[in-house]
Ligand binder design. Structure first.
Ligand code: SF4
Length: 349
């Protein structure tokens, strides 16, 4: 990574150990400097070495010569007129682009960021704009963390909740997301219980994630409780069927004790009939772990899919709730800037 920012080492997004390695390799400074640098990057979120007042002027010049902040470069920031959702387009050191979204929910004071874990995505769900990009590469942990640091710096606000629901299938990049979660906890100050990882259902990785015992929230992109239809909407279901998935979630729950959320995007005349609702109700009724069903009004992309009508979603919800499980309808934010769920496709609009 050291050669990627015009021969400067990017300091943001790194763990304290990594910062320490760079400082000792490049500068051979005293150890207490690591703590100071860590504090300027994370607690003070500074990208201006000249402001680092506990370093001498000479040292600030050396820092600016050798290091750079941030790692990701902000190409564009769009703010929704409807609900003040902010969408960021970031350029990575190799020129690839990803998007992140900052959301304000009316019922909460705290800010939530939706972040990306990959450039593009290999899963290829047909209703998702990211899926159409295909897969380019995994993000490294620092690129994941620096999306949050950059949004905090630019917006001037503290982010309290994170959802891995931006571009990419997070569990196909498990090592980097686990490392990023550790940095969020230890350096950025975002607790793991405020972090949600959303997966299309990569069964072996769900089990691996459970083994880490990290107390994050796990969300499953279910989208249908009928195997045949789910295979069309979430192509990884051809490899891991609903039975395999529920077994893996039981193992995950036994390891972590965490409730599972099922995400269900409401697609008109595709997965929104009473029969579909009944299939979902039947699936969740007797699951041996606590779960919540989150119904997501579909946000239109360039696909042939449409969102179910409001009344249909309400009716669907009532049928699902007959299972005894709680169901909610997600509030849509940022739809006017293509910042809503499933709309992230790196388009400058
Ligand atoms: S919905 Fe998620 S898993 Fe499916 S293609 Fe889009 S980003 Fe990938």
């Amino acid at each position: 990574m050291s050669q990627i920012l015009k021969n400067k080492i990017p300091l943001s997004g790194l763990s304290k150990d990594e910062i320490g390695q760079f400082i000792s390799q490049e500068l051979n400074w005293e150890k207490f400097r690591i703590e100071q640098i860590h504090s300027w990057i994370y607690a003070k979120n500074s990208d201006n070495f000249q402001a680092w007042s506990d370093f001498s002027l000479d040292k600030r010049v050396i820092l600016a010569e050798k290091f750079a902040i941030p790692l990701v470069e902000t190409k564009e920031r769009q703010i929704s007129k409807k609900d003040k959702t902010e969408k960021y387009l970031f350029s990575l050191p190799d020129g690839q682009l990803v998007e992140s979204v900052l959301m304000r929910f009316k019922d909460r004071d705290s800010l939530t960021a939706c972040i990306s874990s990959q450039v593009g995505c290999a899963v290829g769900c047909p209703f998702c704009a990211t899926g159409k990009l295909g897969f380019k590469r995994n993000l490294i942990a620092a690129e994941i963390v620096d999306q949050v640091m950059s949004m905090q710096r630019i917006s001037g606000e503290q982010i309290h909740n994170l959802v891995f629901m931006g571009q990419g299938e997070p569990l196909n990049n498990l090592d980097n997301i686990v490392k990023a979660i550790q940095i969020f906890r230890e350096s950025v100050g975002i607790g793991v219980r405020h972090i949600t990882v959303s997966t299309s259902g990569i069964v072996p990785k769900i089990i691996e994630l459970g083994e880490t015992k990290i107390q994050i929230n796990l969300a499953i992109s279910l989208h249908s409780a009928k195997q045949e239809l789910r295979e069309k909407l979430v192509p990884v279901a051809r490899r891991w069927n609903l039975f395999d998935l529920m077994q893996a979630l039981k193992v995950y729950f036994d390891q972590t004790g965490r409730r599972i959320t099922f995400e269900y995007t409401m697609l008109k005349n595709i997965n929104d009939t009473n029969e579909d609702a009944q299939a979902l109700s039947d699936l969740v009724r007797d699951l041996p772990f606590p779960c919540l069903i989150n119904l997501i009004p579909y946000n239109s992309t360039d696909s042939e899919f449409e969102c179910s009508d409001r009344n249909r979603i309400q009716q669907f919800k009532s049928i699902v709730e007959r299972s005894g499980r709680k169901a909610t309808i997600r509030i849509t934010l940022g739809s006017d800037i293509s910042g809503a769920c499933g709309q992230l496709a790196n388009k400058n609009t």
